[in-house]
Design a protein around this ligand. Sequence first.
Ligand code: ADP
Length: 542
Amino acid sequence: MDGLMMDRPLLVSSLIAHAGRYHGDTEIVSRTVEGSIHRTTYAETERRAKRLANALTRLGIKPGDRIATLAWNGYRHFELYFGISGIGAVCHTINPRLFHEQIEYIANHAGDRLLFVDLTFVPLVEKLAERLKPIRHYVIMTDEAHMPATSLPNALCYETLIAAESDKLVWPEFDERSACSMCYTSGTTGNPKAALYSNRSTILHTWAVCSADAIGFSSTDAICPIVPMFHANAWGVPYSATMVGAKLVFPGAALDGPSLCELFESEGVTLALGVPTVWLGLLKEMETRGKPPKLARLLVGGSAAPRAMIETFEKKYGITVMHGWGMTEMSPVGTLSTMKGKHRELPLDDRIAIKATQGRPMYGVEMKIVDPEGRRLPHDGVAAGELLVRGPWIVSGYFNDEKATKAAIDEEGWFRTGDVCAIDPDGYLRLTDRAKDVIKSGGEWISSIDVENAAMGHPDVAEAAVIGLPHPKWSERPLLIVVPKEGRSPTKEALIEFLSGRMAKWMLPDDVVFTDELPHTATGKLLKTKLRETYRAHRLPT
Ligand code: ADP
C-alpha cells in the first residue's frame, strides 16, 4: 500500500525560493575580484537568479544543457548555482587550477554550451577558446565599466545580459532525479571524471549536512566557505547556507591569513570551512591579531587535519573544530568528527583525539572496508582496508565514462573511494593510506603518474616514481625518485628544469632522489606502499 503523502520534487530552486521568501533580508557579502566589498540579500539573489534563468532561456539553453563556470566564490557565482539549476540545466563548475589540457578536455567532454568566467580567468580562457568546441558564448562576470577588451568570440557582459531580462519567473517543476550540477575530479589517474549531481541528491545531502550532528548549519550563523565553489560545490555550502537562511560571506580570490582575518572580523563570521593549508595561514595571522571575535567553529577537510592544529584552535582560541572527510563523488561530505553523548564528559585531550579521526558517517552514508581480495574487514578500529561507500548522494557512475565507472563501482554497487582506513565500532574513520596514485597539495590534486611520465621523458632517466610526503604547510608534496640510465648522472636541478616546462609550477616535485632500483609488484607495477615506507623519513627542503 502506498503512503498518502505529497510527492513534491526535491529541487535546487526550492532552496533559493525559501530563502528569498523567509530570509529575504539576510545578507550575502562578497569580496570582489577588484577587492571591494559587495552586499546583497537572499531576496535580491533570487530576483537576479530569475533574470539569469530568463537570459539563459533566451540564449537557447534547454534542460540538461551544461553551462560552465570558471569563477571564485562570490555573489555572481552563487546566482549561477540557482539560475542554471533552476531551469533544469546543469551548472558545471570548472577548477581553474587544473592543467590547461585538463580544462580543455573537461569543457569538451562535458559539452558545455556557455562559459561564465570571472575577470581573473579571462586570459586563461582566451588561450584555450579555440579548442573549446561546444561553447557558443562566453559571459564575463562583470559590469560594462569593467569589461575587458577580449579576443573571446561572442563575449557577453554578465550585468548587461541579466539587466535586459525580467525577474518574473515561476521556477519550473521537473523530475527531481534530473541533473543539476557537475564537477570533474582529477583525484585519480587518467582523464578527469565527472560527478553528475541530481536535484534530489543535492537536497538530501544538504539536509544531512545541516543537521546538528553533522555540520549543524543555522540561520544564526555567518558562514564563510573558503573551499572554492569550483571544488565539490564548496562542500555544498551554497546550498546548505541557503536552506537555513544563514548569512554568507564569500572571500573571492583573497585566501591569505590577513585577508581572511579581516573579513571574519568585519563580517562577524561564526563558521568557516576550508583545507588545512588555509587554516595554517589563519593561525599565523591570529598570533598577532588574536581571534576574530565571533569565530566559533571551523570545518577542516579535504586533507587530514593535523592534531596540533586542532589543539591550537580548541585550547588557545576556544574554537570548535570539526574534521570532515568526503569526496567530490560524495557531494562531498561523508563523515564528520562530531562527538557522541558518551563523549561529553571526556577530558579535552581525549575529545581532541576523536576529532583528529576523519569522523563518523552521517545518516545516509554506508561504509565497508575490504581486503585486497574484496573480503569485508571488521570495524574494530584495527583492521585497515580499502573504503567503499554507498548512499543517495554518492555517484552511481561517472558522466559518459564507462571505463571509469566500471573501475569505480564494485559488484554490489558500492563506490570505491581509493582511501585506505580503519573504522572503529562507533563508526569513526581513521585514514591510514591511499590506494589511488595521487598527491594532495593544498587541497588540489597532483597526479603522480603525470609527473612520472614527464620525468621519464628526460634522456637520462630509466625509471621514475613520484610519491607524496607529509608537508607542514601543504599537507603533502611530491618527491621524485629516479633510476638513472646506465652511465648517466642527471642532477636534481636539471630534472626540475626539464619538468618546469611541462607542468604547473605548484605541481613540480619538491625534491629528487636517485636510486639503483624501484620496487615492483608481481605484475610489474610500482609498489608505492613500499616506496612510501622507504622514504618516510626523507626530509623535503623547506
Ligand atoms: P575534497 O577535497 O572536497 O575532500 P576531492 O574529491 O578533491 O574532495 O578529494 C577527496 C579525497 O581527499 C579523499 O578520497 C581523500 O583521499 C582526501 N581527503 C578528504 N578529506 C580528508 C581528510 N579529512 N583526511 C585525509 N584525507 C582526506
